[in-house]
Each structure stands twice: as structure tokens, then as C-alpha cells.
Design a protein around this ligand. Structure first.
Ligand SMILES: [Zn+2]
Length: 84
């Protein structure tokens, strides 16, 4: 899944897998850190579960952003540790 940064802190864009050129906005710090996405899945299914103990807590775009961000962070941390 294609992901790009927006310039706003912890706000990303994630491209739709079905409709190329369509980007969803993922605000990772929203909802007390649970994240918020502009896709239909998040809006109509996930939003009602956020803060509850059960139910889907994230859409696939938030999950994709998390993986992407973690990868980036690990590469950065590895570089920092390699530095003299
Ligand atoms: Zn989404």
C-alpha cells in the first residue's frame, strides 16, 4: 500500500488499493492515539468501536501506516546506533 507523509505531525496519506490515485487521510494521533482514517470502513465500522474493549479498532490503512512507520523508525534507530 502506498503511503506518504503530509508535513503535518503524524498525519499520513494512504492510497486506496481499489481506486488508484485516491488517497485517504490517516491522522495517527487522533482519537487519543488510536488513529483516525477518512475511509468508509473507518467512518462506518471502526469509529463506533474506538474506546470500547471489543470490535475492530483500526482500518487497514491505519495498520499499513503503523507498519510503514515502524519500519522507518527502526531503520533510523539502527543508523543512530551505528553512528560513532
Ligand atoms: Zn482507512
Amino acid at each position: 500500500m502506498n503511503i506518504r507523509e503530509t508535513g503535518d505531525r503524524m498525519v499520513f496519506q494512504c492510497e486506496s488499493e481499489k481506486v488508484k490515485g485516491k488517497w485517504y487521510r490517516v491522522d495517527r494521533l487522533s482519537m487519543s492515539g488510536k488513529g483516525q482514517c477518512s475511509c468508509a470502513s473507518w467512518t462506518y465500522r471502526v469509529a463506533a468501536n474506538v474506546g470500547r474493549k471489543t470490535g475492530q479498532q483500526r482500518c487497514k490503512h491505519i495498520s499499513a501506516v503503523d507498519l510503514w512507520f515502524m519500519d522507518k523508525l527502526c531503520v533510523k534507530l539502527a543508523k543512530t546506533e551505528e553512528a560513532p
